[in-house]
Design a protein around this ligand. Structure first.
Ligand code: SAM
Length: 266
């Protein structure tokens, strides 16, 4: 699970710029512990864009260590990864040496106009300035091309996930959302979707079972933990690990997510 929608989804332009690139200091941990995306997500992208991924000229922006890039590449997309952070980019290069990588920023993309069929942002749109990144997407997509944004959000209908989310909210002093559209931790309304693009939304639930150590590393790879201070982060994560070890004595947890997907065709 992601700890909640909040620790990684404070828009970059509203927070310290360093937070957007905080992942670099934990890039290997990120690559090893963060969840991937289910096949059903890639199917939904094809469905909502109205074209197969195979052969689609695709920019995966905020590609990080390549978790989203790999999924798109495996489906046959002609993909270029775009990533501003040096540590994350180095991991991507190591994991996907054959995939072209551009060190760039969604707010000013170094690509020609009308040159892409698909632009994807997997858990990364909120780190851009949405007015600028939307203008760039509009410029670079060919007519009929699509912008696809998605996030793995913790599924708060699962009791242990909701309990953990409450602990995270207390720790980070995040107010409970009063405008949740459902019991899920939906936060798409926070993410500054460009108002002049017509988005279709889909929610895709999925789970993965992982060792407790991986789950704790996953939590610790979120920007909130990477920027709150090492001692505070270490203490929370140690307490969380002890609590979950007692709740799940077999040493594994089933993380539960909903992928929130938003697609707009230009
Ligand atoms: C949560 S990670 C997502 C990585 C990957 N897409 C995935 O699914 O795991 C967010 C990424 O966005 C990148 N990022 C931060 N600011 C950005 C910007 N202005 N434009 C593009 N990417 C940015 C960060 O360096 C980081 O690698």
């Amino acid at each position: 699970m992601t700890p909640t929608q909040s620790p990684d989804t404070t828009p970059n332009h509203l927070s310290a710029p360093s937070r957007a690139l905080s992942f670099d200091r934990a890039a290997a941990q990120y690559a090893a512990a963060r969840p991937g995306y289910p096949d059903a997500l890639l199917d939904a992208v094809e469905d909502l864009t109205g074209r197969p991924l195979r052969g689609a000229r695709t920019l995966d922006v905020g590609a990080g260590t390549g978790i989203s890039t790999r999924r798109l590449h495996d489906r046959g997309a002609r993909i270029v990864a775009v990533e501003p952070g040096p540590g994350m980019a180095a991991e991507l290069r190591r994991a996907l040496p054959d995939v072209p990588l551009v060190r760039g920023d969604g707010n000013r993309l170094p690509f020609a106009s009308a040159s892409a069929d698909l632009i994807t942002y997997a858990q990364s749109w909120h780190w851009t300035d949405p007015a600028r990144s939307a203008a760039e997407a509009r410029r670079i997509l060919r007519p009929g091309g699509a912008l696809a944004l998605w996030w793995n959000v913790a599924d708060h209908t699962v009791p242990w996930v909701a309990d953990q989310d409450a602990r995270l909210r207390r720790f980070f002093r995040v107010e409970a959302r009063v405008d949740d559209r459902s019991a899920h931790g939906s936060a798409v309304q926070d993410r500054d979707l460009p108002p002049d693009l017509d988005f279709t939304h889909r929610r895709i639930p999925w789970t993965r079972r992982v060792r407790l150590a991986t789950h704790i590393d996953n939590l610790g790879s979120h920007s909130a933990f990477l920027t709150i201070g090492d001692d505070a982060a270490r203490q929370f994560l140690a307490e969380e690990r002890a609590r979950l070890a007692s709740d799940f004595p077999d040493g594994t947890v089933e993380e539960a997510y909903v992928v929130e997907l938003s697609v707009a065709v230009r």
